[in-house]
Design a protein around this ligand. Structure first.
Ligand SMILES: [Zn+2]
Length: 370
């Protein structure tokens, strides 16, 4: 594709090489295989319906499909999503990171069913779940999301699109330059790579907004697709705009980013709440024993995935509390955290989008140190 005439060749080369850095960063986040007990689960198809590398779509229930992304192989979708099909209509879950990602999932639906799409759902406003929304707009598909998704997209991504790359990345470049040692420099470089990826995707996207706002006070709400019921529920934790899609008849839940399976949770959002998030996970832990969870990122999992995620939060909270009580300042506590062996293979989207804010938000919840 040729660069647009309004972008100079130099800008184009600079931005493509910058995107190269973001893609290199994505390679550090490979997708693990489906866990053995789930390979044996009769609800889950042995082979995916379609696999394009950047994402695959696999049957995980009666008329229920999970779209699982592999960011290391491409950035079309980045987040997971899914499809629920009833007699009269289908629900598509997530707007993904690009219209191409949303189109990919629509094509997968059309491989197995011709029912009209009743709605698409963004589980929350983050770029990797909403930058493909324009696809739904173009197809005339109603797009549903938590009532705060529209304002959060507008206040987060419109200003970012208006910024030039150098100013958007300046504070992160500065943090790399000012890092006190190699470990901190590596973490700062990780932050820079992550922000670069967010910037590049946002800059190249046409923002499109949900046209049906779900008032959280009016949830849960059931959607009848004809012989298939999906219940939308709102929980606190990741973004202040999180809605899950639950199929009670089959014990299947699309959690959005309230679950990062075998990842450190991305907790930077100003509306993220660690105590709220832990309470949400304890509610998920009380769902039926054979519940299948489709997380926002990582593989499809059962209750073991919820237990693992709670373990990560427990570890962060235990550590933060020790530091807090010992009078260690928050910035120092963030710098001094080490990833325990049992979580050493967990992707860290970048230190200051995951571990850093989790610790500082816990400090903030506990109030001023004595
Ligand atoms: Zn998110």
């Amino acid at each position: 594709m040729n660069p647009s005439p309004t972008v100079s060749r130099r800008d184009f080369l600079a931005s493509t090489s910058c995107f190269g850095a973001a893609v290199a960063f994505a390679r550090l986040i490979p997708l693990p295989l489906l866990a053995e007990p789930l390979v044996q689960d009769s609800r889950i198809a042995a082979q995916p319906l379609v696999d394009k590398g950047f994402a695959s779509v696999r049957k995980i229930g009666n008329g229920v499909y999970a779209t699982v992304s592999d960011f290391s192989k491409g950035a079309q979708t980045i987040s997971n999503g899914g499809i629920v099909i009833g007699r009269d209509g289908a629900l598509l879950i997530e707007g993904f990171a690009s219209p191409g990602g949303a189109a990919f999932q629509m094509d997968a639906l059309r491989m197995v069913s011709q029912v009209p799409v009743q709605a698409a759902l963004d589980t929350h406003y983050h770029f990797d779940h909403s930058m493909g929304n324009a696809f739904y707009g173009a197809q005339g598909i109603p797009l549903w999301a938590h009532a705060n998704v529209t304002p959060r997209i507008l206040e987060s991504y419109v200003p970012l699109q208006a910024m030039d790359q150098a100013s958007a990345l300046a504070p992160y470049r500065k943090a790399v330059e000012n890092a006190k040692n190699d470990t901190l420099r590596q973490r700062a470089q990780g932050d820079l790579n992550a922000v670069t990826a967010v910037y590049m995707v946002t800059k190249s996207s046409v923002l499109a907004l949900p046209n049906r706002a779900l008032d959280p006070a009016k949830l849960p709400q059931a959607i009848d697709l004809g012989g298939a019921s999906v219940v939308l529920e709102s929980y606190p934790g990741h973004s202040g705009t999180d809605v899950i899609a639950r199929i009670p008849d089959q014990n299947i839940v699309f959690t959005g980013d309230l679950l990062f399976n075998a990842w450190y949770p991305v907790a930077f959002d100003p509306s993220a709440t660690i105590s709220g998030w832990r309470a949400t996970l304890s509610k998920f832990a009380a769902f039926e024993k054979d519940t299948l969870f489709v997380p926002g990122h990582g593989q499809v999992c059962g209750q073991e995935g919820i237990a693992l995620s709670r373990g990560v939060f427990d570890d962060l909270a235990e550590y933060a509390q020790k530091m807090y009580k010992a009078g260690v300042p928050v910035d120092e506590a963030v710098d001094r955290y080490t990833i325990p062996d049992k979580f050493k293979n967990f992707p860290v989207f970048s230190w200051n989008f995951t571990i850093g804010p989790a610790i500082s938000k816990l400090y903030a919840e506990w109030g001023p140190q004595k």
